[in-house]
Design a protein around this ligand. Sequence first.
Ligand SMILES: Nc1ncnc2c1ncn2[C@@H]1O[C@H](COP(=O)(O)OP(=O)(O)O)[C@@H](O)[C@H]1O
Ligand SMILES: [Mg+2]
Length: 318
Amino acid sequence: MELTERHRFGGMIGKSPPMLRLFSLVRKVAGTDSTVLVTGENGTGKELVARALHFSSNRRDADFVAQNVSAFNDNLLESELFGHIEGAFTGAVRDKKGLFKVADGGTLFLDEIGDMSTGMQVKLLRVLQKGEFTPVGGLDSERVDVRIIVATNRDLESMVRKGSFREDLYYRLNVLRVVVPPLRDRKEDIPLLVEHFLDLHADRGGGPRKRLSPGVMASLLSRSWQGNVRELENEIERLLVLAGEDEEIGVDLLEPVAPDGAPRSYRETGDLASAVAALERDMIAEGLAACGGNKTKLAMRLGISRTTLLKKIKAYGL
Ligand SMILES: Nc1ncnc2c1ncn2[C@@H]1O[C@H](COP(=O)(O)OP(=O)(O)O)[C@@H](O)[C@H]1O
Ligand SMILES: [Mg+2]
């Protein structure tokens, strides 16, 4: 299959109308210094969009720095972002440059911004308003020239309504919005992506370029891809491993899955409670795989609290 230049942009592959629109939007937005909010489900390519924005902007020669804000507690995150001076706290044995400083002249990508605590939201807002920050334990503020890109899979508008995300920060971040469509809405991209992942693997020294045997693509196209491009990438990875020395990936390697849109199988006998439990168990097991084991995300996706989810995982022995 031919992959023309029109169908790739800064590491992103796609030929569907929504992806072509995304490429042209990213091209336009890259030329500005405005803050960008990238939204979309997990695994849709939000980080790739952020990278494409940086590497097609005139900041490309400076650093692209990515930080997942949900990876640290507030104290650590503050010192990670703004740096600290020697002796600021136990363990601060020397001055440490914060990521805002590292990204000076370049781009700072703050991922999972919807998971930022309200305390940190205040601190981030202050930097965005004043263009300066003070390292932890420091007295003097520093000024940097950084373009901010943030991403989330959460519904920030509803978080603002509920009071868990600051409205003033939301407006500061949502200057330009890039929405990354889920893979299920752009299935025509699947063949291109599959070929792209097969190429990537071969380039990385994974041996000769493998082919799909007839029927494999059709089966891949029929799935629902709840986990989006990341799930597709993992599936290709799995098939490549299972294919071993074979140059062709056979249909026998595919796992049986309910095709897209097909109703889930249900029992016509037995009691409702156990059927509901079986469905619940399946949804949680599949969800865990699709969310890469991230229970906070899965709880959100399923619309239940994390505590409830943890109880169910335990109860079903997952
Ligand atoms: N359009 C695309 N073309 C090629 N690879 C993609 C595309 N979208 C996503 N990927 C790949 O899928 C994986 C998940 O993408 P990522 O940007 O981390 O998603 P997100 O940040 O939305 O969770 C990455 O390995 C990424 O390279
Ligand atoms: Mg991501």
